[in-house]
Design a protein around this ligand. Structure first.
Ligand SMILES: Cc1cc2nc3c(=O)[nH]c(=O)nc-3n(C[C@H](O)[C@H](O)[C@H](O)COP(=O)(O)OP(=O)(O)OC[C@H]3O[C@@H](n4cnc5c(N)ncnc54)[C@H](O)[C@@H]3O)c2cc1C
Length: 360
């Protein structure tokens, strides 16, 4: 096939089979699974939490999933734009999981509306899949000017508008007819540039401090963005956002890739005298996310590492058990911001760890 037609699109084949099965009314059959009588609280209805709840319920363990948002899916629902992932797919998963017996308690923030102590008292174990939500900053002047936006609130507000979800918490940011500069080179940045194009922006420019080869975003997304007329400025590092009451331009400096850091990534080095100004009406900062462990972790002996990631290992005595034996964790809050597949994997492996721990 590869010689004449390109690689086989296995993902599309799998998607077709799954869609067709759902269209024909197929549902997982767990009628032979006996209840163990055990109950697990899952905090976070993102890919990690859903992956965990799915394995638990298929093994006779009741899963009750808490999320502060009004719908399941985490970043699948609220962060990733609808043109990349249709929201009906996530909602279908909710329907399937409810059918299996998973209970969702939404609009409920653990640590605020309900306390961790209640979960530890009422359940046999707790899984934490709360993601990473601290926005990374550039640390240069001008980041707080009017017209400079964080990527995630921009995307969440746009999702609400496109899906007609009511909420006063996410005011819509309209970039129609504007010259937009997006800073960053990951999947979030690609979602921002492509969202701005769909909003009718006049010109969308992506500024990234390494070269195309070293971009963290998926190749396919970059290709789509280029196809949709996004302009890429590689090897440019932003050093200042300028404006009076409102953003007017971004000052960047050209970079060369230097020696690799501890993780093997070549570090961008500014080229002296290569500064330039990019005029714009709006700037979106998409530098990624850091873990955001809540203060109450310390009250329950849940340890984090120097990057604030929850300490939980695949090869611990019980898979993905934290320093509190009754608490397990997985997904972005353990790995740092990563991928949907790794979050699902860790949620599922944590469920296996919980099942071993509960001896069911
Ligand atoms: C814009 C964007 C685009 C992305 N694109 C891709 C992509 O194309 N491909 C890919 O593989 N990955 C992509 N990712 C990354 C992927 O979405 C994440 O790695 C994945 O969603 C992590 O899953 P999670 O379950 O760990 O966390 P999340 O998806 O963040 O879910 C965490 C959930 O926990 C809830 N929560 C947090 N605290 C509490 C609390 N105290 N009480 C109750 N609930 C709580 C949150 O409301 C949320 O629903 C993207 C990320 C972003 C931001």
């Amino acid at each position: 096939m590869n010689d004449g037609f390109g690689a086989i699109t296995i993902g599309s084949v799998e998607k077709y089979i799954t869609d067709e099965a759902f269209n024909q009314g197929w549902m997982p059959d767990i009628s032979t699974v006996e209840s163990t009588g055990k109950r697990v609280a899952v905090v976070g209805a993102g890919p990690a939490g859903l992956g965990c709840a799915d394995v638990l319920v298929r093994n006779g363990v009741k899963a009750v999933v808490f999320d502060r948002y009004s719908e399941v899916g985490g970043l699948l629902t609220f962060g990733i734009p609808p043109f990349k992932l249709e929201k009906r797919i996530v909602l279908k998963r909710r329907e399937v999981m409810e059918e299996l017996g998973v209970e969702f308690i939404l609009n409920t923030e653990v640590g605020h509306d309900i306390q961790m102590s209640d979960l530890l008292h009422d359940f046999d174990a707790v899984f934490l899949g709360m993601g990473t939500y601290t926005y990374m900053k550039g640390g240069f002047p001008g980041e707080t000017l009017t017209g400079v936006h964080e990527a995630l609130p921009y995307l969440i507000a746009n999702n609400h508008k496109v899906e007609s979800w009511e909420s006063d918490d996410w005011p819509y940011i309209d970039l129609a007819d504007q010259n937009v500069v997006v800073l960053g080179g990951g999947d979030t940045a690609m979602d921002c540039v492509r969202t701005a194009v769909r909003q009718g922006a006049n010109r969308v420019t992506c500024v990234y401090r390494r070269d195309e080869e070293n971009m963290p975003g998926s190749r396919r997304e970059v290709w789509h963005a280029k196809e949709e007329s996004v302009r890429f400025l590689w090897n440019r590092q932003p050093i200042e956002i300028l404006g009076d009451s409102k953003v007017r331009e971004v000052r960047v400096v050209e970079t060369q890739l230097g020696a690799p850091d501890a993780r093997g990534r070549q570090q961008p080095q500014p080229v002296p005298g290569s500064e330039q100004l990019i005029p714009c009406d709006s700037v979106i900062i998409a530098f990624g996310f850091r873990p955001s462990p809540p203060d109450w972790f310390a009250d329950y002996s849940i340890e984090v590492d120097s990057f604030l990631r929850v300490k939980a290992q695949h090869d611990s005595a019980y898979s993905f058990q934290t320093s509190n034996p009754k608490v397990f964790s997985g997904g972005d809050m353990v790995r740092g911001a990563d991928l949907v597949v790794t979050a699902v994997f860790e949620g599922r492996e944590a469920a296996n760890g919980i099942i071993d721990y509960l001896e069911v």
